[in-house]
Write a protein that binds this ligand. Structure first.
Ligand code: C2E
Ligand code: MG
Ligand code: MG
Length: 718
């Protein structure tokens, strides 16, 4: 609503015409009009530019110039108010020119009447106001578009950019002047640009822009500098009289993608070491399993690694040092891997590794050895020098495992075997280790059937005189030839046999069999005074029938009783010392010899050594294994050897694996030894080969152990 009268300026060089116009104004029904008058072009132009009037009536004739020229110049200089051109007579050409130049109306003076002029003025004002409103609204939208941080653009039917806001400038790096007219493909990622080239512009519009309508799609954009980035695109299609247009709103989602990637990383990685976590490892393992299923030649291995002394370090030096150690270990583990291998922190001090695409198990054992030697070097953490080692269980891909869980369970089983075998070593899972995962009832059932079927074998491991190299003794070690699992180690099934009492028939059979075997060998090799050591477990020792049993076995064979040595562990004896003393004394009375097995792992009580009728002491292999690396072990072995000497006991070192250990034992004065250096426990046929060669083991200084290995074909089955 107007708050002031409508201000009209008449620019006409004829005063009479002004007077006439005034009369007409006076006739207006609505008296809200004020008429001003100027009589020349220059004043008119000046005042027009001052924008003091709401509407202008301009005569066509203005001295030398024309009203049409005035109209054009006024519009050019920004006059927004409507201008009505007046002429003396009707002239179609002027009418046309006036409309083209932007006149609000064109009136012939001679035809002017009050109602006509009043209506023309009202319509012109109304029209101008509408135009102004449109312009305002356009300016408003333009400002909204320009202030948006998203890129907003308009693309025409040819796929060319026709509008480009400040947001687009910031995101893509192009200024408006550089980009207007360019095809949309020039700001899209390579994938889209290539397809667009192949399929043409319509593709660009349909594929890049048409999915719009309401939808949001994620794609890639390309900046002026050529770099690509993730983009979220939404928009719409609209038709105008000028053709189809596509409005696109593009949002740079680099940051969002980064945050998402961070979240995914956090969910799949261990926060301390940055390694993949258990869940992620399981997923990767699942993929490897599927690959191996699809392609039989594809092999992989899973390694389960557990630190041997982490708890001691963590408790002793504190969690901060413990954490730093885990980080340092993670770094070392990673440095041992081939490209494509994965190491994860499975939890606590456990790490799992996936070695994918391997040729054979040698590649895997090489990695395991590399891991162990890397971890063996001390870690410098703050002011501490920390030593650690790891036990590793290995499982190779095979058809019988088809879930990540089964692989991890069995790699873990193999790792436990490595721990039991003295830590700081690796073990490859074999089916026999399955026993550990079977339930007790199943093992018991299988054992019973095997007793009937005689599925057991006795293997023999040479016990060597470390001074002379002579080998006249063997330790009898049982093996269970499980019909499905193959050879099962006694460490797996003896505890179950103990618990179920089945050790009694099994133990009796071992005694019988090894006594029979050694007598046979005595006949075969009469020059040798051969003897055999047989292990007795706690249940066997406490069994009321034992003495009778041993007595009968000895009676029915021609073996002199002193050729049978019975091995019992310290804990077996100490568990029930009084009865044990009685039984051992009776055995002694039968003439058989007694050894204390695994010495150093139990009570190691001096009085028991003294009280019991032992003739021999076997140093546990955990001390021998550490002889060359741990000064403490050497001291313990020295002490045991001295102690045995003072008590007039023979000493046997178990588990000699290296020549260095052998030399140390010799220099400590240890009389006997057994271990893989000489021979693993072997089957009868191989033991006979050893015996028939008639050779003694050559002791150091000579070409040893190379010669040994060439003399004896060591059986691979333990
Ligand atoms: P053990 O009586 O201490 O027997 C020695 C074990 O050490 C054997 O393991 C032998 O294979 C292993 N060994 C020997 N030299 C080396 C070496 O250089 N390095 C390593 N890493 N190991 C070596 P095996 O045969 O697995 O027997 C394990 C245990 O099972 C025996 O320990 C014994 O306690 C028990 N066992 C074996 N046979 C019988 C049996 O007939 N009756 C009873 N009751 N127990 C048995
Ligand atoms: Mg033994
Ligand atoms: Mg032993």
């Amino acid at each position: 609503m107007n708050i002031h009268p409508v201000r009209v300026l008449l620019i006409d060089d004829d005063e009479e015409d002004y007077i006439l116009t005034r009369y007409i104004f006076d006739e207006f029904k609505d008296h809200q009009f004020r008429l001003d008058w100027l009589d020349n072009f220059d004043d008119g132009f000046r005042v027009l530019n001052e924008n003091r009037h709401d509407i202008y009536l301009v005569d066509y004739r203005l001295g030398e110039r024309t009203g049409l020229e005035l109209l054009r110049e006024a519009i050019k200089t920004g006059c927004a108010a409507p201008i009505i051109l007046l002429t003396g007579q009707d002239d179609k050409e002027i009418d046309f020119q006036a409309m083209k130049a932007g006149a609000a109306d064109y009136l012939v003076k001679s035809e002017l009447t009050a109602p006509l002029l009043e209506r023309a003025i009202r319509y012109s004002l109304k029209h101008a106001r509408s135009l102004e409103e449109i312009q305002n609204s356009e300016a408003k939208f333009r400002s909204v578009i320009q202030s948006a941080s998203d890129a907003i653009l308009l693309v025409n039917e040819d796929g060319r950019i026709t509008l480009w806001n400040k947001g687009a400038e910031a995101i893509f790096g192009y200024r408006e002047s550089e980009v207007i007219g360019l095809p949309i493909t020039s700001i899209m990622g390579a994938k889209y640009a290539q397809k667009a080239l192949a399929v043409g512009v319509r593709f660009t519009l349909e594929t890049v822009l048409t999915p719009f309508d309401g939808k949001i799609i994620e794609t890639a954009g390309r900046r002026k500098d050529g770099s690509e980035f993730p983009l979220e695109l939404s928009g719409s299609v609209w038709k105008s009289s000028e053709g189809i247009y596509y409005t696109a709103i593009l949002r740079d989602i680099t940051e969002r993608r980064r945050a998402e990637a961070r979240l995914v990383h956090e969910a799949t990685h261990d926060s301390l070491t940055g390694l993949p976590n258990r869940a992620h490892f399981t997923t990767i393992l699942q993929e490897a399993i599927l690959c191996a299923k699809a392609d039989e030649t594809h092999q992989f291995a899973v390694l389960f690694l557990d630190l041997d002394r982490f708890k001691v370090i963590n408790d002793g030096l504190g969690h901060v040092i413990g954490d730093k150690l885990l980080i340092a270990i993670a770094e070392r583990l990673q440095s041992c891997l081939r490209p494509g291998d994965i190491v994860s922190r499975f939890g606590g001090d456990e790490f799992t590794l996936l070695l994918d695409n391997i040729k054979d198990s040698d590649t895997v054992t090489e990695v395991a050895e590399r891991l162990q030697s890397k971890l063996a070097a001390p870690f410098k953490i703050d002011s501490f020098e920390v030593f650690t080692s790891a036990s590793i269980g290995i499982i190779m891909s095979d058809a019988s495992h088809d879930t990540p869980e089964s692989f991890l369970r069995d790699a873990d089983t193999a790792m436990y075997r490595a721990k039991e075998a003295g830590k700081a070593r690796y073990e490859i899972f074999n089916r026999a280790m399955h026993v550990r995962n079977m339930n007790l009832l199943q093992i018991e059932n299988d054992l019973r059937k095997s007793i009937e079927r005689r599925d057991f074998r006795v293997f023999y491991q040479p016990i060597v005189n470390l001074e002379t190299g002579e080998n006249n003794e063997f330790e009898a070690l049982i093996r269970w030839e499980h019909p499905e699992l193959g050879f099962v180690s006694p460490t797996e099934f003896i505890p179950v046999a103990e618990e179920t009492g089945l050790i009694i028939p099994i133990g009796e059979w071992v005694l019988e069999e090894s006594v029979r075997q050694i007598s046979e060998w005595q006949n075969l090799f009469p020059k040798r005074e051969l003897s055999v050591s047989v292990n007795l477990s706690a249940k066997q020792l406490m069994h009321p029938n034992l003495i009778k049993q041993v007595g009968e076995i000895m009676k029915s064979s021609a073996l002199p009783p002193e050729c049978l040595k019975l091995e019992v562990t310290e804990s077996t004896v100490m568990g029930n010392a009084e009865t044990a003393l009685e039984v051992l004394s009776e055995l002694c009375a039968l003439g058989v010899r007694l050894s204390t097995d695994d010495f150093g792992t139990g009570y190691s009580s001096l009085s028991y050594l003294h009280r019991f009728p032992f003739e021999r002491l076997k140093i546990d292999r955990s001390f021998i294994g550490k002889l060359d690396s741990d000064a403490k072990s050497e001291e313990i072995v020295r002490t045991i050897v001295t102690l045995a000497e003072n008590l007039h006991l023979e000493v046997v070192a178990e588990g000699i694996e290296t020549e260095e250990q052998l030399r140390q034992l010799q220099s400590l004065g240890c009389q006997f030894g057994q271990g893989f250096l000489f021979s693993k426990p072997v089957a009868v046929a191989q033991a006979e080969k050893l015996l028939s060669k008639g050779l003694e083991f050559k002791m150091p200084e000579l070409s040893f152990p190379i010669e040994l290995n060439s003399i004896f074909e060591v059986a691979e089955v333990q």
